[in-house]
Design a protein around this ligand. Structure first.
Ligand SMILES: O=c1ccn([C@@H]2O[C@H](COP(=O)(O)OP(=O)(O)O[C@H]3O[C@H](CO)[C@@H](O)[C@H](O)[C@H]3O)[C@@H](O)[C@H]2O)c(=O)[nH]1
Length: 458
């Protein structure tokens, strides 16, 4: 008898989140061919993640993409909106908009939805919807695992942050987080939850997520602190680790992989181990302040360091010193978008200046490239700390701020010093370790099979 299973996938349509979720869903759709998957996200995000020209040919036939509303009032000028407001608008209308998407998908498929799979930032919406529809729901946590634990302990953390203003106070009362300090916390965890819709949702996240039928992690269990995993396992119905989904080839191939800006060709013309790659993630919220971008440019120019920089045209116009691009054109290149995994994996790439986004850190590690970190927001301070203090594969910029002199020192440390050689060696070891973990017979593969089984039978 043909399967009647139908999974509705609820995406959080900002930053790298929808790509990573799409990677997971593409992989699941290929493994569970008789299950129907309906991917629900905003038109803007779907356009990038599933480019219309590739939809007919590259998406598995059991995966369909549906556009839902983004919550903006009619006539709202998108470019004028602060990205935080856009997230608030989206979240405010998310319940109604996902419902409309589910209704369309059910009609289209001629099957009722049997399971909801939601981005881990959307448990409040997913839980409410799933309970109304009488179906199970599964959360996929895309950010650093430490940050999930911090959300689970949000009430305790909020209490601590009110009692202690000391940024250096450790979080050793939370299993697996003894290395972390109050100052490493994502800021939304210490903000007043009533400040915005996003703050409220994020504050409630940790209380709701244990109600999921399963929590899927975008991580290798072997890379996470054991006490953290054990503690989360004790709190969730099922906890599974699927490996880093950003490291599997994207299905369908979407914007992150395309080399329309010619970066890989340019790298071919450079000597091995000479080019510093710079990117502060996929969205404006993770970019350092404009004056710091300028200091970084000054450091590159004063040291004549070859560079490839993913920088939007807007930022380029706003913050680079006058004439910078022309003066550095013999050894540097600026593009609005780079195929990051390909760039990091190119033999010319020697170091990565990054905001320490979780996916970027793992992409760099998987390529064996050491990092210079300038964490900006959310889980980036956690990832920066792991890079420098736990894995020893990079440094964070002095006092957490990009200055010309600090950047020159960091470039020296990573590219030219003995310390840099050690980082490169450790990065190489971790590259091999990740390849092993992602390979056949690993725990990630076993957990993925469990998810396929769960989806096919729930
Ligand atoms: O020119 C570019 C710039 C970025 N990327 C890709 O964009 C993604 C960036 O992901 P990530 O490093 O996770 O950063 P953000 O997009 O900023 O992700 C947000 O979401 C992550 C997961 O929750 C968090 O870890 C980050 O802190 C948060 O800013 C990566 O896959 C990159 O390969 C490119 O391919 N080309």
């Amino acid at each position: 008898m043909p399967s009647e299973k139908h999974v509705a996938v609820c995406a959080f349509p900002f930053g790298s989140h929808p790509w990573v979720l799409a990677n997971l869903v593409g992989k699941l759709a290929a493994a569970a061919l008789d299950v129907r998957f309906s991917f629900l996200s905003t038109a803007k995000s779907n356009h990038v993640v599933f480019p219309p020209q590739s939809r007919a040919t590259l998406i598995p036939s059991n995966l369909r993409v549906y556009d839902i509303g983004d919550g903006s009032p009619a006539g709202y000028p998108e470019a004028a909106g602060d990205p935080r407001d856009q997230a608030d608008l989206f979240l405010q209308a998310a319940s109604a908009n996902f419902q409309a998407g589910v209704d369309t998908a059910e009609q289209d498929a001629g099957r009722k939805v049997s399971l909801l799979l939601a981005d881990g930032l959307l448990p409040v919406v997913a839980c409410e919807k799933a309970e109304k529809m009488h179906v199970p729901w599964v959360a996929f946590w895309i950010s650093a695992p430490h940050s999930l634990s911090m959300h689970v302990y949000a009430d305790l953390i909020h209490q601590l942050s009110r009692d202690a203003t000391d940024e250096e106070k450790t979080l050793d009362m939370i299993p697996g987080l003894s290395l972390m300090r109050m100052g490493d916390l994502p800021e939304e965890l210490v903000m007043d939850p009533n400040m915005s819709v996003s703050c409220r949702m994020l504050r409630d996240l940790g209380n709701v997520i244990p109600r999921a039928a399963a929590v899927l992690m975008n991580s290798f269990v072997e890379m996470d602190p054991e006490p953290l995993t054990a503690d989360l396992k004790s709190k969730f119905n099922i906890l599974l680790h699927l490996g880093m989904l950003t490291l599997v080839p994207s299905s369908p191939p979407s914007l992150p992989a395309s080399d329309e800006t010619g970066c890989l060709t340019w790298l071919e013309s450079r000597d091995p181990q000479t080019v510093v790659y710079i990117s502060f993630g996929s969205g404006p919220l993770s970019s350092p302040p404009l004056d710091e971008i300028r200091s970084l440019a000054e450091a590159l120019e004063s040291t004549r360091t070859p560079f490839l920089w993913s920088l939007t045209d807007r930022q380029k116009a706003q913050c680079l010193p006058g004439g910078f691009e022309e003066r550095t054109s013999a050894y540097g290149r600026i593009v609005p978008w780079a195929p990051q995994r390909g760039v990091l994996g190119h033999p010319a790439c020697v170091a990565f200046v990054t905001h320490c986004g979780y996916n970027s850190v793992y992409e760099s590690m998987a390529a064996g490239v050491p990092m210079i970190g300038r964490p900006v927001a959310v889980d980036q301070r956690i990832c920066g700390k792991m890079v420098e203090e736990v894995w020893g594969i990079g440094v964070r910029v002095e006092r957490g701020v990009l200055t010309e002199s600090g950047m020159v020192k960091a470039l020296d440390a990573v590219m030219r010093s003995e310390e840099g050689k050690v980082m490169r060696k450790k990065a190489g070891e971790l590259r091999r370790r990740l390849a092993e973990l992602a390979g056949p017979g690993g725990t990630a593969e076993a957990d993925f099979k469990t998810v396929v089984e769960f989806i096919s039978t729930s």
